[in-house]
Design a protein around this ligand. Structure first.
Ligand code: VTB
Length: 313
C-alpha cells in the first residue's frame, strides 16, 4: 500500500512548526529547552492529522518521556494507520551553541513498515546509490570494506572520502583509515546528516562509518531508501539494553539491518533546518515572520524537493 501524497504537505508542516519552536533557543546554551521547544509543537501538529499514528521512534521509550514516547498514539485516530519516527531536534548541542546542522526530522510509513529501534548505539556503514545491493558488510571490517568500495566506485582508495563521528570509540577505525590514506571528514555530532552526506548529485562523502544512535540510523535509512542509498546497521546492546530491545520486539540482538529491514515499503521523510545545514537552511527570523526550509522526500512518488514557507509570528 502506498501513502497518499496529500500527507506530504501535512508532515512538512509538522517539522516546520517543530523547527520554529526550537529556533527560539538557538545560541541560548540550553539543550533541554531547545528540545522541548521542538517537541511540543511537533506533537500538537501531528495530532491535527487525520491518521491513526503510532510513534515507533521517539523522544524516549515507553513511559520515559512525557511526549512523543514510543507507543504514543497520534493524530485524530480517523484515517490510515502510520508508524512514525521522530527526532524533533536532531542536534540539540548545535542549537544550544548556534552551530550548523540542527534540524527537526520525521519519517512516516505504513503500520509495521518501520523498525522500532531502542535508544541505544548502532554501528553503521552507509553508502550512496548506484552501487550493487548489499555491497558492504560490517563484519568485513574497515580495510576490506574500503577496498570493495574503491573497486565498485572505480576510485583510488586515497580519493575516497569517509565521514566519521569524532569519538574515542572510533579511534581504531580512524587508525585504519589513516593507514590506508583515505580522506576523513569528521563530524562532531549529528549522524543523520553524516549518514546522508553520501547521497545527492555531488555527495560530500563516499561513505559514513561510525557508531551513532539507533533511532538516527532508522531515520537516515528512511531518506536513504528514497535515493537508493544503502545503510547497514547493528545495534550495540548491553544487558540492560537487550531487555529494552526485547520490549520493542527485537529478539536477534546481533542482527545486521539493511535498508529494507529498517524501512519496508513506502516512506515519507521531512527535515526542516533549525540552523543552516547540509540538508536545509535554518529558520530565518524576518521580524514579523519566520522563513523555513524543508528537505522533503516521498519514496513511491519519487518526490525529492526543498520547500520554503513563510509563517506569521
Ligand atoms: C549520536 C548521534 C546523534 O548524538 O546519538 C550522538 O546519532 C551521541 O553520541 O546524531 P555520543 O553519546 O557519543 O555523544 C548525535 O550526534 C546528535 O544528537
Amino acid at each position: 500500500m502506498l501513502i497518499d501524497p496529500k500527507f506530504l504537505e501535512l508532515f512538512i508542516k509538522v517539522t516546520e512548526k517543530a523547527a520554529i519552536g526550537a529556533s527560539r533557543f538557538i545560541g541560548k546554551n540550553d539543550k533541554i529547552a531547545a528540545d522541548k521547544g521542538a517537541v511540543d509543537p511537533m506533537r500538537k501538529e501531528l495530532n491535527k492529522i487525520n491518521m491513526e499514528g503510532t510513534v515507533v521512534i521517539g523522544e524516549g521509550e515507553m513511559d520515559e518521556a512525557p511526549m512523543l514516547y514510543i507507543g504514543e498514539r497520534l493524530g485524530t485516530l480517523n484515517g490510515p494507520k502510520f508508524d512514525i519516527a521522530v527526532d524533533p531536534l536532531e542536534g540539540t548541542k548545535f542549537t544550544a551553541n548556534n552551530l550548523p546542522n540542527a534540524f527537526s526530522v520525521l519519517a512516516v510509513a505504513n503500520k509495521g513498515d518501520l523498525l522500532s529501534a531502542p535508544d541505544t548505539y548502532m554501528e553503521k556503514i552507509v553508502i550512496g546509490d548506484n552501487l550493487p545491493k548489499n555491497l558492504l558488510d560490517i563484519d568485513n571490517g574497515v580495510e576490506k570494506n574500503i577496498k570493495i568500495l574503491s573497486e565498485a566506485k572505480n576510485k583510488k582508495i586515497s580519493d575516497l572520502k569517509i565521514c566519521v563521528l569524532k569519538r574515542p570509540r572510533h579511534d581504531k577505525i580512524v587508525q585504519i583509515l589513516n593507514d590506508m590514506k583515505v580522506k576523513i571528514n569528521y563530524i562532531t555530532d549529528g549522524d543523520i546528516a553524516g549518514a546522508l552526506s553520501v547521497i545527492g548529485k555531488n555527495p560530500k562523502n563516499d561513505m559514513y562509518y561510525s557508531t551513532g544512535g539507533g533511532p538516527e540510523g532508522v531515520l537516515a535509512a528512511a531518506a536513504l531508501s528514497c535515493f537508493g542509498g544503502q545503510i547497514q546497521g547493528r545495534l550495540v546492546l548491553n544487558k540492560e539494553e537487550e531487555i529494552r530491545a526485547k520490549k520493542l520486539g527485537i529478539t536477534d540482538f546481533l542482527k545486521k539491518y539493511n535498508t529494507d529491514d529498517m524501512i519496508k515499503g513506502d516512506v515519507i521523510f521531512c527535515a526542516t533546518g533549525v540552523t543552516n545545514g547540509d540538508l536545509a537552511n535554518g529558520v530565518k527570523d524576518l521580524g514579523n515572520e519566520y522563513k523555513v526550509t524543508t528537505f522533503a522526500l516521498h519514496k513511491s512518488k519519487k518526490v525529492n524537493k526543498v520547500v520554503t514557507n513563510i509563517y506569521n509570528k
